[in-house]
Design a binder for this molecule. Structure first.
Ligand code: AMP
Length: 325
């Protein structure tokens, strides 16, 4: 945690009358929770300022957290401060108009790839960007305001990006900050119901995925969600992508991959435990976290090559390490 940079960010927030918050495309719980939480804190603290959250794509699954703001005139971006949350590189910002802002703050917890901000607050050790928002609030709590709505957004981001506080990125600080948010007041029954409840048809689709998934010689689990499968089960892109989490608890399968066929490319979602996969993501036009990365491939040859790379990596890892499960 770099308190010096946090102070610089806080000074900029105080300086500007218009602040626009951005996040990455295809938002997950952290992208939505962290940005909505930050917006709520700033709106509560500075009712006289204009605070917007403007993006170009949305998540059905996360719609329980409510919507974002309508776009504003381009001219209004020009004297605004832009805060880009949870996004490692410029290309992945959902609303590319962030570049129109007078100054930009990058506020992120991914492995740094591009320092595109005028100020870059990057805390790789944090389990979520939402945890960064919680830490930011906590650092300046004498001046910032929070309520249970903001606490719920931030807590939801922390819960979703840490695998419900299971991942090794979770620290004592994560739990202390989560505790601070619980003290503000969060209805966890409602929040977890929103996250966990599924339609009957979704469970049927899960059964299909379990039938179809494959395992390589050294234990990489994978599934290819092609167009035919998407049509058969009437899947949105988001639902198709969610299959990756179905493979997360297979003994000895330390890497699992989902390939989602798009019109002109194939999205790859890479997940792992113990062993890192961001290098594989980077080799195939992607990146992300050590144990959760994304990539893009263009044909079955590349699909097979990525699977082979993951298999070789896992083989080497298993041969040279002990204690994995
Ligand atoms: P996903 O599987 O899309 O949820 O991605 C897992 C993690 O990797 C997220 O934190 C993403 O922000 C990041 N990520 C996904 N795709 C890319 C990409 N093409 N380049 C950089 N980071 C990515």
């Amino acid at each position: 945690m770099d308190v010096g940079i946090m102070k610089q960010v806080f000074e900029k927030i105080k300086e500007y009358n218009r602040i626009i918050i951005f996040r990455h495309i295809r938002p997950d719980g952290d992208a939505v929770g962290s940005t909505k939480g930050l917006k709520e804190i700033l709106t509560l603290t500075y009712p006289e300022k204009e605070i917007y959250l403007i993006n170009c794509d949305y998540s059905d699954y996360l719609s329980f957290m409510g919507g974002e703001d309508e776009d504003i005139d381009d001219s209004l971006y020009k004297d605004a401060l832009g805060i880009v949350v949870d996004t490692a590189n410029e290309d992945r910002v959902s609303n590319q108009k962030f570049k129109l802002c007078k100054e930009i703050i990058k506020f992120d917890h991914h492995i740094p790839r591009e320092n595109f901000g005028d100020i870059n607050l990057v805390e790789e050790e944090r389990s979520s960007a939402a945890e960064m928002v919680a830490a930011f609030y906590n650092e300046f709590k004498d001046e910032l305001k929070i309520n249970s709505t903001a606490a719920t957004y931030i807590y939801t981001g922390m819960v979703t990006d840490s695998g419900r506080f299971r991942y090794s990125s979770v620290s004592g600080d994560t739990m202390r900050l989560a505790g601070m948010l619980l003290d503000v007041g969060i209805n966890v029954d409602v929040m977890y119901s929103n996250l966990y409840l599924k339609e009957f048809s979704e469970l049927k689709f899960s059964a299909h995925v379990y039938n179809k998934m494959s395992l390589t010689e050294n234990g990489v689990a994978y599934i290819i969600v092609d167009k035919a499968m998407q049509e058969e089960f009437n899947l949105t892109h988001e639902k198709a992508g969610s299959v990756v989490s179905l493979m997360e608890s297979i003994k000895g399968s330390l890497i699992w991959l989902a390939f989602i066929e798009n019109d002109d490319s194939i999205r790859v979602r890479l997940r792992s435990r113990f062993v890192t996969v961001n290098d594989i993501g980077e080799k195939y036009r992607g990146g992300g976290h050590a144990c959760a990365s994304g990539a893009t491939v263009y044909n079955m040859e590349e699909v097979n090559s990525l699977i082979a790379d993951a298999d070789a990596k896992l083989k080497e890892y298993k041969e040279n390490n002990e204690g994995w499960l």
